[in-house]
Design a binder for this molecule. Structure first.
Ligand SMILES: [Mg+2]
Length: 185
């Protein structure tokens, strides 16, 4: 494989701690004590009525970043890899909130482009990291030589992907290792 990789990254649950952060606000306001493991599918369960109301611009701009993201992106950048973020957005404001988050957590400088789309399969790359199995499967169909990495989260942890052309990884330490192996001579 070409040493100059193009790496495509989802944002929510891949770069940031997404549902757990929203649920924390939800529990605080409602006086409940739900654990994020209740969100065991892509859809938010019915019990969590009004969940998305807690995804405010302020919260988006202040989401915690996952461990190892910054160090890994800095390393990839120094090796000359292209780093794209491919992320779904609701509107222009949401897009700006996400860009502000990249500045706030100090990784904006490592990102070559931020592409707002849910049609992730139209973007070609060497590697895609995503927590949605369907998006990854479609992307792999269009990018058969690419490596599709599934970030393990509460919503996909029980999902059997043994028949999928997808590799499961658990954290940024594993992403870093897998990408290193790809570029080994
Ligand atoms: Mg995601």
């Amino acid at each position: 494989m070409n040493n100059k990789l193009r790496i495509l990254l989802d944002m929510d649950e891949v770069l940031n701690v997404f549902c757990k952060t929203i649920l924390h606000e939800y529990n605080k306001d409602k006086g409940t004590n739900y654990d994020v493991s209740i969100i065991d599918k892509w859809e938010i369960p019915k019990e969590l009525d009004g969940f998305w109301d807690y995804l405010t611009p302020e919260l988006i701009e202040n989401m915690p970043i996952k461990d190892g993201v910054k160090e890994t992106l800095a390393k990839w950048k120094s090796k000359g890899y292209e780093i794209f973020i491919i992320t779904g957005i609701l509107d222009d404001e949401h897009y700006l909130n996400k860009i502000k988050w990249l500045h706030n957590v100090g990784i904006f400088e490592y990102i070559d482009d931020i592409i707002p789309t849910i049609y992730k399969h139209i973007i070609s790359g060497s590697v895609m990291v995503e927590d949605n199995v369907e998006y990854l499967r479609k992307w792999k169909q269009e990018n058969p030589n690419g490596l599709a990495l599934l970030m393990t989260t509460h919503s996909n942890i029980n999902r059997d992907i043994s028949d999928e052309p997808i590799v499961r990884i658990k954290d940024w330490n594993e992403i870093d290792l897998v990408v290193d192996v790809l570029t080994r001579e």
